[in-house]
Design a protein around this ligand. Structure first.
Ligand code: MG
Length: 263
């Protein structure tokens, strides 16, 4: 199933969490079938539906936190002259940064270098903490999604820690859907700017696999339903300018498309 969230109010803020106009849905072609309940608990597909072009898609979950993995692809670690980490290197983005396909990425005046980072995203379906060393993570995963871990590269270098560089409003685009039936062994992410392919990477190239990453994070913090894990970006990161359109695509999930605008 391709799970999404949407609002019938076209002016909805991307970080809106709930309201009578906000629903979960199952996307099939152009039709969004409205869910009763939410995908983290008891739910059912109803007869009600909307055309996807006539509603406002929202980020497909409401994460309590967004946990990202840095330097999880060898070639990307090398392109920024970084050491390859001995264990997963994790950091957080604030939920206030969340947008999805169709919203603008706002280029902040504090930065002169804003990069795209196309990534494979994991959305947690069931609360978990301290998963065992060989424990199967699949019961805790709702599905997979596209992520753009937008980064003010100059501020990342300048600050030494990454909160500002990674945390601006609109700097975490994910969606447009969560594919609950995607095969995690076959995911490949591609990122392009103005139609030109910039990044391409698949799960086989990750230094730490998705299950290792989920278990590792669960040793540190309780993962809640809706939490998003961005599993790291492959080589080919690069700058975006106001006016650019950036796409992150994963076959079987969809295309996450955003345009960059000046403040
Ligand atoms: Mg990243």
């Amino acid at each position: 199933m391709k799970l999404c969230r949407f609002s019938t109010d076209f002016n909805e803020r991307p970080t809106a969490t709930a309201g009578p106009q906000i629903h979960y849905g199952a996307l099939e072609g152009k039709a969004i079938h409205v869910l009763e309940g939410d995908p983290f608990g008891a739910h059912a597909v109803t007869d009600a539906w909307h055309n996807v072009d006539q509603v406002r898609l929202l980020p497909p979950s409401v994460p309590s936190k967004i946990v990202c993995v840095g330097r999880n692809y060898l070639e990307h670690a090398r392109e920024l002259q970084n050491e390859v980490p001995a264990e997963p290197l994790i950091f957080l983005k604030p939920p206030s940064a969340a947008i999805t396909s169709g919203y603008d990425i706002v280029y902040p005046p504090q930065s002169q270098r804003v990069d795209h980072e196309g990534e494979i995203g994991v959305v947690i379906g069931r609360r978990c903490r301290r998963l065992g060393a060989g424990e199967d993570v699949t019961p805790y995963i709702l599905g997979y999604t596209c992520v753009n871990d937008i980064t003010a590269r100059d501020l990342q270098k300048k600050d030494g820690q990454w909160t500002r560089a990674k945390g601006f409003d609109t700097f975490c685009s994910f969606g447009p859907v969560i594919a609950s039936d995607a095969d995690p062994a076959r995911l490949e992410v591609r990122a392009s700017v103005n139609g030109e392919l910039r990044q391409r990477g698949d799960v086989s190239q990750m230094i730490f696999s998705i299950d290792v990453v989920v278990r590792f994070i669960s040793q540190v913090m309780t993962l809640e339903p809706g939490d998003l894990i961005a599993t790291g970006t492959p080589a080919g990161i690069g700058p975006m300018q106001p006016g650019d359109t950036v796409e992150v695509a994963i076959e079987g999930i969809g295309v996450l498309r955003n345009t960059v605008v000046a403040v």
